[in-house]
Design a protein around this ligand. Structure first.
Ligand SMILES: Nc1ncnc2c1ncn2[C@@H]1O[C@H](COP(=O)(O)OP(=O)(O)OP(=O)(O)O)[C@@H](O)[C@H]1O
Ligand SMILES: [Mg+2]
Length: 466
């Protein structure tokens, strides 16, 4: 079944054609003139448009132009009266699929519609082949051979070609947006738009106008009509980032688009139809938010048809060095600096570190190190890991040399400083700090208590890790 728009100001002919195509199993809509046809094209998607060439107001050429610009994959078949064949030929040059000369047998039109649909299927198949080839290219940008990541990529490959909604969940900087992009670029929608909206960046009204667009005068300051992101993503994918930060009102509207594929622009009365695949991302626990009433349960179930969990970097340490090398190569070419990699100590440090900001933090650390590095290898000093400078009581400089002030210092105080420094470097993970000082976690824990070392309530994140 295909969606077909029939536009003709000749009522009997339009009705007849519409009935015949409906009988052939298609979903047909009628437009009694060119303006109405153009309006319908703005509201929804059609596989084939059958339009009379000569109509009052907007004519068949206008309908053709609108279709070509709004729905490039839609075929247009024009109907022309005897004597205007030259115009029809002109229309073919502008991208019409075919034309029929009036009067014609209904069967003739049916055959042309079938041909147009066949062409569409072929194009679709070609696109499929094209995206299949592109696949290797796109997944190549996602570095990491850990089981945790490969499991995620396995799911991504499987769901990419379907139209199902995907929820990407994971800590900050774990690659949620990268995964969303990979899903789109490996889907059948790859040649259409991948549109991103960050739901946390805008207040309710602005976010809704961003998503759904608005009509002129919808609110103070709306001095012209605006097309929303949903419309821009028609035929493609909409990526809703930080979806846990959306107000209940907006949640209700998103639910409606997911269920009915329709919405209105703010201040508008016309219902618009779109064909959009939704990918949502969040670093929050939506199921908990459902339990506390902050997130709609029905929307949650709609979203989490397929859930992809991007693993934290600390849970797949074997990916740290390959990622680091990938970033070294990238930044050395961007900065036009000759860098071969990291020295052994720097590598050890990277693997030991806890990465609260995940891959983004690693990327930032390597960028900074690449800038600072004086030799061909990055050293631990260049990395400045966990150097937040915001922890009270911690010495500002990392040094293996203990300086004793002329007035003297208690050994206990030096021990205290060493412990705090090790903890800070390990992002307050006691086991890692114990490793750094070659003591057991139990001794570490004991010393923290006896020396009354204050631990921050939450693990700190690197200052620029977000
Ligand atoms: N597996 C990976 N291989 C290569 N680069 C990666 C990988 N994962 C993430 N990155 C890079 O790390 C950075 C952070 O990734 P991304 O923006 O996708 O994370 P995010 O989960 O959306 O973060 P946030 O929650 O902060 O928005 C990006 O520059 C991205 O290209
Ligand atoms: Mg993101």
């Amino acid at each position: 079944m295909a969606r077909i728009l029939v536009a003709d100001d000749h009522d009997a002919l339009r009705r007849g054609l519409s009935l015949a195509l409906t009988a052939a199993g298609h979903d047909v809509e009628e437009a009694p003139n060119g303006n109405a046809a153009i309006e319908r094209l703005h509201e929804g998607y059609f596989d084939v448009v059958v339009s009379d060439l000569r109509m009052g107001g907007s004519d068949g050429m206008d309908v053709l132009r609108t279709t070509r610009s709004m729905h490039p994959a839609t075929s247009v078949i024009l109907m022309t009266a005897f004597g205007s064949v030259s115009t029809a030929v002109e229309a073919m040059k502008h991208g019409a699929f075919d034309y029929v000369q009036k009067p014609f047998e209904i069967e003739e039109m049916e055959v042309k519609v079938e041909k147009a649909l066949e062409l569409k299927r072929l194009r679709h198949e070609l696109e499929y082949l094209r995206t299949e080839q592109q696949e290797t290219y796109d997944f190549e940008r996602i570095i990491g051979s850990s089981d945790a990541l490969q499991r995620v990529l396995g799911i991504v490959r499987k769901v990419a070609k379907s139209n199902s909604t995907v929820l990407v969940r994971g800590e900050t900087g774990t690659g949620k947006e990268l995964i969303a992009g990979a899903i789109h670029h490996n889907s059948l929608r790859a040649s259409r738009n991948f549109v991103k909206v960050n739901c946390a960046a805008l207040q309710e009204n602005l976010l809704e106008s961003e998503l759904f667009g608005h009509e002129k005068g919808a609110f103070t300051g709306a001095d012209r009509q605006r097309i929303g992101r949903f419309e821009q993503a028609d035929g493609g994918t909409l990526f809703l980032d930080e979806i846990g930060d959306m107000s209940p009102n907006t949640q209700a509207k998103i639910l409606r688009v997911l269920q009915e594929h329709e919405f209105e622009r703010l201040g508008g009365t016309r219902t618009l139809k779109v064909d959009v695949r939704l990918i949502a991302a969040t670093n929050r626990d939506l199921s908990k938010m459902v339990a506390t009433g902050q997130f709609r349960e029905d929307l949650y179930y709609r979203l989490h048809v397929v859930t992809v969990e991007t693993p934290a970097l600390r849970d797949r340490k074997e990916d740290v060095l390959p990622l680091a090398m990938y970033f070294v190569r990238r930044f050395s070419s961007e900065l036009k600096k000759k860098l071969d990699g990291l020295d052994t100590d720097a590598q050890k440090l990277l693997v030991r570190y806890n990465w609260p900001g995940n891959i983004r933090e690693l990327e930032n650390a390597i960028e900074r190190a690449a800038l600072l590095a004086e030799g061909q290898l990055i050293t631990p000093d260049d990395l400045r890991l966990g150097d937040t400078g915001s922890t009270p009581g911690s010495p500002r400089e990392t040094s293996t040399v203990v300086r004793i002030p002329p007035t003297g210092i208690a050994l206990e105080e030096i021990e205290r400083q060493a412990l705090v420094e090790a903890l800070r470097m390990s992002n307050w993970v006691q086991k890692d700090a114990a490793d750094l000082l070659s003591i057991s976690p139990r001794v570490m824990n004991y010393k923290i208590k006896t020396l009354a070392i204050e631990l921050p309530r939450r693990r700190i994140t690197a200052a620029d890790g977000g």
